[in-house]
Design a protein around this ligand. Structure first.
Ligand code: NAD
Ligand code: FES
Length: 268
């Protein structure tokens, strides 16, 4: 069992938890994730490691309560299983004028990567999008590492009213961006990738398919990248957004929706 040291509600239904997991904390790099099973009988879900503290032997995760498993995770005091760190660490370098684009809960996995890119010398334009001011997370962590921080909310309650792509577009038109990393809902990552394609700006996205084993054995996380099958857990989770088949990912994410809804209703 892995003890949850602290829990904090950082936005409606969005939790940050600090979990004692010294072996994972010691090995974790930016972009790594873990697969968590909150308790016996829960499903296994992948979550990016947002931060780690090697001395305390802890890792931080951030998740939104959407189904039975995340309901379990929000309630338990210790976690049954954590497997990790998993996935390729992000390729970190000085990419020059870099736009890091985060949407909703996707800002959580973006943070450690943005921190590492900044440390490597990249000049960061950070674009954060949320439904409203209340749903905007980690602004206070993103601000100090950003050369420029731009915010979009769907309802205009903070920053510019609209989508992250509406902020990114003029920057691309003015040739102010060399590299983009986008993490958020699939529709957002698709929209960002379609926007950057005609400008020839390299765009990486972090995919969030369903996962079970996290070791390349079960095939549940398979994605189509440039027509080839890849496993997000061992080949990703980051891929070139211009090569991702987002329709395939959307279809696969919806495959078990009715079972997920049944479990959620039974769990209530
Ligand atoms: P959301 O739906 O509130 O969207 C967040 C922001 O993304 C919006 O405010 C907007 O700026 C942008 N966006 C949304 N749709 C867009 C579009 N069509 N074009 C351009 N921009 C768009 O986000 P949420 O509810 O917090 O997100 C939850 C989703 O994010 C879940 O589906 C979850 O699986 C996914 N997620 C993905 C990752 C990942 O690693 N890719 C990590 C965490 C969560
Ligand atoms: Fe099983 Fe990736 S989660 S192959």
């Amino acid at each position: 069992m892995f003890d949850i040291i602290s829990k904090q509600l950082i936005a409606p239904a969005v939790w940050r938890q600090t979990i004692k997991a010294p072996e994972i904390a010691g090995k974790r790099q930016a972009g790594n994730f873990v697969i968590i099973r909150p308790k016996v009988g829960s499903e296994r879900i992948p979550l990016t490691i947002v931060s780690s503290d090697n001395q305390r032997g802890t890792i931080d995760i951030i998740f939104q309560v959407v189904g039975a498993t995340t309901m379990d995770l929000a309630e338990v005091e210790s976690v049954q299983d954590i497997l990790g760190p998993l996935g390729h660490p992000t390729h970190i370098a000085n990419f020059g004028r870099t736009a890091v684009v985060g949407g909703g809960v996707g800002i959580a996995p973006l943070l450690p990567i943005a921190q590492a890119l900044k440390q490597a010398g990249s000049r960061l334009t950070t674009i954060l999008g949320a439904r409203s001011k209340a749903f905007l997370i980690l602004e206070e962590d993103m601000a100090p590492i950003s050369d420029q921080l731009l915010i979009a909310t769907d309802d205009g309650s903070k920053g510019q009213k609209g989508l992250v792509t509406e902020i990114l577009k003029p920057l691309l038109e003015e040739k102010k961006i060399d590299f983009v990393l986008a993490i958020g809902p699939v529709v957002m990552m698709k929209a960002v990738s379609e926007l950057t394609r005609p400008y020839g700006v390299k765009t990486m996205v972090s995919l969030n398919p369903l996962m079970i084993d996290g070791t390349g054995m079960c095939g549940v996380c398979r994605c189509k990248i440039e027509g080839q099958t890849k496993f997000a857990c061992v080949d990703g989770p980051e891929f070139d957004g211009h090569q991702v088949d987002f329709e395939n990912l959307t279809r696969r994410l919806a495959m078990y929706k009715s079972e997920e809804n049944q479990r959620r209703e039974a769990r209530k």
